[in-house]
Design a protein around this ligand. Structure first.
Ligand SMILES: [Zn+2]
Length: 225
């Protein structure tokens, strides 16, 4: 049995999940036209499922999703994979705990990326989710491993699951693709909130020990048991 046949059931589930998560990017207004992409690692295999390149969001069915290896080569799919596949694949190769990656050009986060400034942690909801500022990664051009390397170097040993790649946009990571989508939604929300705060005055910092407390509580006690 080939690797792909062995993984068939998991791949089918992830095709459905990843296709549905792309609709969330639209619902939360994180993307326009065909920009943005979601991928999921196929657990237990050196494979990922990702959006095809340049296909309209309304046509992103489970069958349209592309199965690639972790070098970004197409294993199964009828379209070329997202042009950001190399960056996603690089993250999966270097961050074994990551099960999902999302990329968007959501506008408020992009504004911070354009000025090269991290979003400071000045809201308790941001401390919950991110536990820190949302950092800025390096300027990197598409075409080699530069974007992937910049994501991994910035997010390794950082609590934030989101990075603002300078002059570009947002990449988020998560244990699952759904968690990475949530991080992308929250990133845009806090980028907007802190931007609005800046229009009113200088945001008041939260003490680092309070950020630690909020982050720990949220990640250990919040939600349903
Ligand atoms: Zn991009």
């Amino acid at each position: 049995m080939t690797v792909v046949a062995a993984a068939a059931e998991t791949v089918a589930r992830l095709r459905t999940e990843v296709a549905a998560l792309h609709a969330e990017l639209v619902r939360y207004r994180l993307v326009v036209w065909t920009s943005g992409n979601v991928s999921a690692r196929v657990p237990g295999y050196d494979l990922l499922v990702i959006k095809p390149s340049g296909v309209p969001y309304e046509d992103l069915t489970p069958a349209a999703m592309i199965l690639c290896d972790l070098d970004g080569n197409v294993v199964d799919g009828g379209f070329a994979p997202s042009s950001d596949t190399a960056a996603h694949a690089y993250v999966y190769r270097h961050m074994p705990q990551v099960g999902g990656v999302v990329h968007t050009h959501s506008p408020y986060a992009c504004a911070w990326a354009a000025v090269g400034e991290p979003v400071p942690c000045v809201l308790t909801g941001m401390a919950d989710e991110f536990g820190a500022e949302i950092p800025v990664g390096p300027f990197a051009l598409i075409g080699d491993d530069s974007i992937g390397r910049g994501i991994v170097e910035t997010l390794s040993d950082h609590r934030s699951p989101a990075v603002l790649m300078r002059n570009h946009g947002v990449f988020t990571i998560g244990a699952t693709a759904r968690a990475a989508v949530k991080a992308a939604v929250m990133c845009e929300d806090v980028a907007r909130g802190v931007h609005l705060a800046r229009q009113l005055g200088q945001p008041v910092p939260i003490a680092p020990r309070d950020i630690d407390h909020l982050y720990t509580r949220y990640h250990t006690e919040y939600g349903q048991p």
